[in-house]
Design a protein around this ligand. Structure first.
Ligand code: HEC
Length: 244
């Protein structure tokens, strides 16, 4: 891959934006997936924004396409609604796209926690923000295994919200690039049995949805389950973090 003349330093780009002060760097992609980094966590790996590869100047032209079986597993009838494409209920829903788009590339090999993930791709001009305060402050006191699951390991709060922090990501319609149903809802808002099933039976749920399972490690699973249960009941404090 030749990235030389088709990439910008992330920090040069965000420095040009007046909205951008503070040590928390937030990238929001075309799917509404919102990733949070601390400046000192990424700076030394020289993050660049790649906007073209070789002769291709528009990375949004490179996509993989997929269809979900369901938008929400507990609403069996709900299939993605017809949008731009002629679509009859009962026929195949319109395809969804996972466009490459502009993406983050670390010029120096980064550690595992910065390895490429879907939220590093599909970036647009509006994707870059900085904040003085941690946008994910509300979840930082959870045990470390759970924080890692919620953030870089499984990305739950890059797509969903939990304790009011996080995002509300969605699929993107292949023909129009517009948001399409199947939103990542507040973790507390899932019916309790859907939540339990998702956490303890991940492979089966993913198969039913037509998705790839995003397996939460054994060490984090039970605690994450309980923390969401407590938050849903309005008891925010959960098991405190032992050490950092
Ligand atoms: C890349 C974005 C993304 C990440 C990361 C992600 N989700 Fe989701 N999740 C979604 C979307 C979008 C849906 C809506 C269903 C669909 O269309 O896939 C969903 C669906 C769900 C559902 C409902 C499934 C059902 O039975 O209908 C639960 C529960 C859930 N996610 C929890 C989590 C948890 C917990 C994590 C972290 C371990 C996580 N998600 C990580 C995007 C994401």
């Amino acid at each position: 891959m030749s990235v030389s003349r088709r990439c910008f330093y992330l920090f040069t780009t965000i420095a040009r934006k007046s909205c951008c002060i503070g040590r928390f760097i937030v990238l929001t992609n075309i799917h509404g997936e919102r990733q949070v980094w601390r400046r000192e966590q990424i700076e030394r790996y020289q993050p660049a924004i790649v906007i073209g590869i070789d002769d291709e100047k528009n990375l949004f032209r490179l996509s993989t396409f997929f269809r979900m079986h369901h938008e929400y597993s507990w609403r069996p009838g709900s299939q993605p609604p017809p949008l731009a494409m002629p679509w009859r209920p009962g026929s195949q829903p319109p395809p969804l796209a996972m466009p490459l788009g502009a993406f983050i590339y670390f010029l120096k090999e980064p550690p595992q926690e910065l390895a490429a993930q879907s939220w590093h791709f599909g970036l647009t001009e509006d994707s870059f923000r900085r904040f003085k305060d941690d946008p994910l402050k509300a979840i930082r006191d959870v045990p470390q295994d759970v924080e890692q699951a919620l953030t870089f390991r499984n990305g739950c709060v890059y797509c969903h919200s939990f304790r009011g922090a996080g995002s509300r990501s969605h699929h993107v319609q292949a023909l129009t690039g517009k948001a399409q149903g199947g939103f990542a809802l507040r973790l507390e808002s899932y019916p309790p049995e859907v939540w339990r099933e998702f956490i303890f039976n991940q492979t089966a749920v993913a198969r039913k949805m037509g998705a790839t399972p995003n397996i939460v490690t054994e060490a984090a699973r039970q605690t994450l389950f309980e923390l969401v249960e407590r938050s849903r009941r309005g008891e925010v404090a959960g098991p405190a973090r032992q050490s950092k």
